[in-house]
Design a protein around this ligand. Sequence first.
Ligand SMILES: C[S@@+](CC[C@H](N)C(=O)[O-])C[C@H]1O[C@@H](n2cnc3c(N)ncnc32)[C@H](O)[C@@H]1O
Length: 243
Amino acid sequence: MFRGLPDQYDRLAEWLSFWQNRRWRAALVDAVAAGEPRLVADVATGTAGVALALRARLGADVVGFDLDEGMARRGLQNVRAAGDAQSPLVARSPAPGAAKSTVVALAVARGEQLPLADASVDALSFTYLLRYVDDPETTLSELARVVRPGGVVANLEFAVPESAFWQALWRLYTRAVLPLAGLVTGGGPWYRVGRFLGPSITEHYRRYPLDWTVGAWERAGIGEVTVRRMSLGGGLVMWGRRK
Ligand SMILES: C[S@@+](CC[C@H](N)C(=O)[O-])C[C@H]1O[C@@H](n2cnc3c(N)ncnc32)[C@H](O)[C@@H]1O
């Protein structure tokens, strides 16, 4: 799915979302910041955009995990570009405004099976992950497992607008415009993403409506769950606290 995407991912993720992705990402980082974590896990980190935003905002150490080696390699280039590389997997640099040097480390790993001990991180973010896993409920339990009690868990995901009017426009955009815009801006791989994305979002919420998802967070041991719909309902940021 992600082959052929990494080189243009950072640019096209913004263009094709009308620069809303960066707003959603900022809201996600705000939610994580509320817990004042010192060590954050970012799952499905991709090209490390969220991981770098977390470090820049929080001055926290961040460890990012992604299933796809190509995306993680691109992430590593981005981490290196933001600091001075120390090793193939780890880059260190002072976060802007932070007194201490911080680390962004990246590893290839599945969100369903994180190579972390129980309660080993202060907070966890995951972005555009649950549509790709076979069993969202079990995956949520695994994500919650690694967060210490009281730590923030936060998620960013696409969503289907609630109002009939915006939903109709969203459908038109995702089914007709997005594949063509993907083709024109990024070629074949982005055409395929453009065709995949709308049906993937619709199908995900058909199988796992938002109410179900909030319940699944609770069952996974994440309480105080808050949902924020953004950009006319096309973006969704959710966060809660590990019980
Ligand atoms: C749309 S990208 C988002 C990347 C990044 N979070 C961002 O917002 O820029 C989704 C990422 O999820 C990763 N992914 C998909 N399934 C995964 C899984 N089961 N475990 C870990 N990462 C996964 C993909 O490899 C891809 O890099």
